[in-house]
Design a protein around this ligand. Sequence first.
Ligand code: WQD
Length: 322
Amino acid sequence: MTWLVTGGAGYIGAHVVRAMVADGQSVVALDDLSTGDAARVDRGATLERGSILDRGLVRRVLREHEVTGVVHIAGKKQVGESVADPLLYYRENLEGLVALLDGCRAKGVDRFVFSSSAATYGLPDVDLVSEDTPGSPLSPYGETKLVGEWLLRDCERAYGMRVMSLRYFNVAGAATAALGDSGITNLVPMVFDRIEAGERPRVFGDDYPTSDGTCVRDYVHVADIADAHLAAARALDTGEPGATYNVGRGAGSSVLDVLRVVAEVTGRDTTPDMVARRPGDPARIVAQVDRIRAELGFCAGRDLVAMVDSAWTAWRAARDHL
Ligand code: WQD
């Protein structure tokens, strides 16, 4: 049995490939290398270069590698970019998903793990967000993830596919120094970038209704995210039905909490500049994680210090090579 991991040369995808290869799974990665790096792909896997939008390529890869299941991670994931260019997000994230599913249906591939997101929830007004909290995305990015889930649910009903949708919360860290997040679009790398430039980190708003006035998020180690994908894939391989799961720690950390950990880990001063709120930021979004623990036996075990420490090690390794 072979698993196809789309986006397998990306930050999260490469971690998923690494975890599945380590588990003894047969893995082929498909990536257009638009943001991915071929050097990230575990040597125990095969890399096919190209886009999921290339229907001929998708069918060839599914056929030649005798793919039996797909972990679909490839896609665009920047909230701000999606607001500026929604068609790019609908093309890559939804047209790409349809092209991939057409290939799966033609080749009889009926197991599918889908990379979804906490962005599907928008501004939840609850302490802990459960999978039954209504989706109300605020950005085209979040909309493409929610519509993707609906599309996959319809494929389950019509074609007998089994789908696990994993709603990631805030991903950080690195399993190895070579697999760090090369993007500077999320809090931890944005803080590293500022302190390395000798500038103060910026906090987008300190007047939120939270304990210290800054936004609270559920940060989860990328290695835990990868383990959750492995648990979902193995469940599908043993005949389990599809489901939707939050993937987080079930614990909230404020922006100031993160800055304190960055100071501890790096020894740098992270005294911030307090600046204006960023539009669309929920004050708090923290996952309820009971369902994935009860049904897949998965629990994210790595803490915020492990995330920041591993991210810093990878950040320094990437720049020491420059
Ligand atoms: C975290 C918090 C910022 C930078 C997004 C997507 C979500 C997921 C993760 C893909 C926020 C604050 C940030 C800075 C700051 N991506 N911040 N200063 O916006 O929670 O979630 O990325 O699935 O879908 O929506 O993540 O890392 O951008 O911000 O104060 O320099 O840190 O305001 O409160 P976010 P983030």
